[in-house]
Write a protein that binds this ligand. Sequence first.
Ligand SMILES: [Zn+2]
Length: 156
Amino acid sequence: MNEKSELKGGTAVEVAPNRIGPAALAALLGLLDPDRCRAWLFEFLHPGEAGTRCPGCGAELSERRARSYAAFRKTACLTCGLQFRATTGTGIHHCQLSHPEIILAAALTEAGADSAQIAGMLKRGLDTARIWQGRLDGLQRGGAEKRAGENTTENG
Ligand SMILES: [Zn+2]
């Protein structure tokens, strides 16, 4: 509307309604590539060889099953019959957030964002933001380790 914006020389704008920070924060989610986020998250959860092996028995997965595993789809092991997903046994099992949302919420939490900021960025409720902030904060590599208490696997 303001086509004839009058430039007031030298006047620093203290509170600009269109500052880059809030605008960038609002745009960030849409700028993240879902495929790259999925691949990064899978590599984080199941680094290296773990990404191509059954989390139950350790058997090598076929190429097709390994692709399914990496795509966060349900996969079955032909050796032991275990059915699993990339999120099985991790803190983000049954997480309704998208992969970009998970990564962004985790990263912003690490950078010090509070629940209200996370909720605003995700365009979700404050309760949802709080719950996932807490769970993502504790999310660690190696879902199998978290289940070690249930399944007493013998090592060595
Ligand atoms: Zn297996």
